[in-house]
Write a protein that binds this ligand. Structure first.
Ligand code: FMN
Length: 187
């Protein structure tokens, strides 16, 4: 039996990965109908959430028939992420997920998503702060196993209940490559 905190998900649960502009409520409704055992929202910007940005707040919409459901947030600042975690928890999800895997230039080059893996201490502290903030289980989704094991300073954040990898080659961009130009080799 797979369990995340007190959530029992059966022996071989089918999880819907979070996907920006894809895993919105209508798409999730179809996935639920087709047997998804656990679903996640699209990722939500912590900076957007704490400023009440309509696009971010709208992504908090979850419905009882979707349960169990996780809300995923991302960001580079620990305090913004702590506040965003508080806002996300108030929307009533069963799980809170943190995105540490997005390789997209505008996210990673701001130190969020996979970009935070360039500073493992910060990632560990951020996770600890969020685990302390919320009562629901916290899961994390870092970049691929290859990426994290390639990091000499890698260590698992304490307190998270599950980790899913983004399996593609999602190397965070070194800061020196985060110019106004799109770095080569990133998706
Ligand atoms: C259009 C699109 C949007 C995505 N958005 C997110 C997201 O918001 N959060 C996240 O953790 N992963 C996101 N992902 C990654 C997927 O959840 C999943 O991990 C990935 O697509 C699987 O790896 P692959 O694309 O290399 O097969 C996205 C992927 C795609 C294709």
């Amino acid at each position: 039996m797979v369990k995340i905190g007190n959530l029992a998900l059966g022996d071989f649960p089918l999880l819907l990965a979070p996907m920006e502009d894809v895993s919105d409520p209508p798409f999730r409704a179809v996935c639920k109908q087709e047997g998804a055992d656990l679903m996640y929202t699209e990722f939500i910007s912590s900076e957007g959430l704490i400023r009440d940005a309509a696009k971010s707040v709208q992504k908090l919409d979850i419905y009882d028939y979707e349960r169990p459901i996780g809300i995923q947030i991302f960001g580079s600042e620990i305090e913004s992420m702590r506040q965003a975690a508080e806002i996300a928890e108030a929307a009533g999800p069963d799980i809170l997920d943190i995105n540490y895997g997005c390789p997209v230039h505008k996210v990673a080059c701001k130190g969020a998503g996979a970009g935070i893996l360039l500073d493992i201490d910060k990632m560990v502290s951020m996770t600890a702060e969020i685990v302390k903030q919320v009562k629901i289980p916290v899961t994390v989704k870092p970049a691929s196993a290859g990426t994290i094991t390639a990091s000499a300073s890698w260590r698992w954040p304490k307190g998270c209940r599950m980790s899913a990898y983004r399996p593609s080659a999602s190397m965070p961009a070194p800061a020196s490559r985060c110019t106004r130009e799109r770095p080569t080799g990133l998706t």
